[in-house]
Design a protein around this ligand. Structure first.
Ligand SMILES: *Cc1c(COP(=O)(O)O)cnc(C)c1O
Length: 372
């Protein structure tokens, strides 16, 4: 058996060879849509803080107040002493916005999926999951021990066939998909899947990480999402019927056995949600910018604030990213395993504060250099 250090070194060398070695780059988010790397300010097309609420004065003030009054940390799991007062307001706002009875906040979107899915289905049950669903839906599905069947991306007919063939061999059945696909920016067929689920005695759980505040909410049996993207802070949530939420309080292990979020985090998220709820003009901006960009590239209008420019091999995506960075624009390359092999890409995430000149410049550079 190789020594631990050798094991890691070999694995890294393999990743390097394939152009898939990843490195974290120190990045300071100095303002809305602006990041500083190695002392240089760059316009960011790679922050998921779509409404730039992380830097909103009201959000910062809410965090500061909670920090000063309630301290830096929650002190324990929410089921012990970590369920501080800011949670109540945040969860009722989420439930209202999602048109559900209750919401339950987890420490991240990842934790929400990995805690919720195994609480709902187990060994005798079935999960149907979109091929391109996010890693944490897949991880929750695998962890549950249920039989996991993948349907082709956004292919409701494929899901229907799988249900017809397999549904009756299992107890409970859960269908998992995203409202807005995080790496492609297209929308999931939520209404069709909800209908399909109800016909086959299955439950539909949607991941709305990139939908909240950006596209109109669509109903599902369970709607999960994150407070780290358009809301601009951190945390995850699940919204649904009150009994289901009460059940998850008893069974979702990532909630039960993990410390609550800091009060400042929860208070900031509640304030950000109020801004988002009350400002439709702000919420419309990211998609408008994405459409300006797709129009400049001669592509069909973007369905969400996420626009991929698929370039194929990792090296090509890295080169395109480096070219844009030299020009003051940060667009991080996304490579496998975050996306399927052969589909490395630039992933543009449009946020409310981006200036039209920068959007047009990004499109112009891509065209000039033969990337679009
Ligand atoms: C980012 C993301 C998550 C995870 O949310 P975090 O709060 O960042 O852990 C879950 N699902 C999707 C689709 C995401 O894009």
């Amino acid at each position: 058996m190789p020594a631990l250090r050798e094991f890691a070194r070999d694995q890294l060398a393999i990743a390097e060879q394939k152009g898939l070695r990843r490195r974290m780059v120190q990045t300071e988010r100095t303002g809305p849509a602006i990041v500083r790397r190695a002392g240089r300010d760059l316009v960011s097309f790679s922050c998921n803080d779509y409404l730039n609420l992380a830097h909103h004065p009201r959000v910062i003030a809410a965090a500061t107040r909670a920090l000063n009054q309630q301290g830096a940390g929650a002190g324990a799991s929410r089921l012990v002493t970590g369920n501080h007062p800011a949670y109540g307001e945040l969860e009722s706002l989420l439930a209202q916005m999602k048109q559900t009875e209750r919401a339950l906040v987890f420490s991240s979107g990842y934790a929400a999926n990995v805690g919720t899915i195994p609480a709902l289905v187990g060994r005798d049950d079935l999960i149907l999951i979109d091929r391109l669903a996010h890693a944490c839906q897949w991880d929750g599905a695998r962890l549950s021990g249920a039989t996991v069947l993948r349907f082709e991306h956004n292919d409701v007919e494929n899901a229907r066939e799988l249900l017809k063939t397999h549904r009756q061999s299992f107890g409970r059945c859960l269908i998992l998909t995203e409202t807005v696909f995080s790496m492609d920016g297209d929308l999931g067929p939520i209404d069709e899947l909800r209908d399909l689920a109800s016909r086959h005695d299955a439950w539909l759980m949607t991941d709305d990480a990139h939908g909240l505040g950006l596209i109109p909410p669509r109903l599902a049996d369970l709607q999960m999402g994150t407070l780290s993207k358009a809301v601009g802070v951190a945390g995850g949530y699940v919204c649904g019927p009150s009994e289901v939420v009460a059940y998850l309080e008893n069974r979702a292990r990532t909630l039960m056995f993990s410390t609550g979020l800091p009060p400042s985090n929860v208070a900031a998220a509640a304030e950000a949600l109020k801004i988002l709820r009350d400002d439709p003009d702000l919420c419309a901006r990211p998609i408008a910018s994405a459409r300006r960009f797709t129009s400049a590239l001669g592509r069909p209008p973007a369905a969400s604030p996420i626009v991929p420019v698929v370039l194929g091999e990792p090296e090509r995506a890295m080169a395109a990213s480096a070219m844009l960075e030299q020009n003051g624009l940060l667009v991080v390359a996304i490579r496998p395993p975050s996306v399927p092999p052969g589909t490395a890409r630039l992933r543009f995430a449009f946020s409310a504060s981006l200036q039209v000149e920068d959007i047009d410049r990004a499109a112009g550079l891509l065209k000039e250099q033969g990337y679009a």
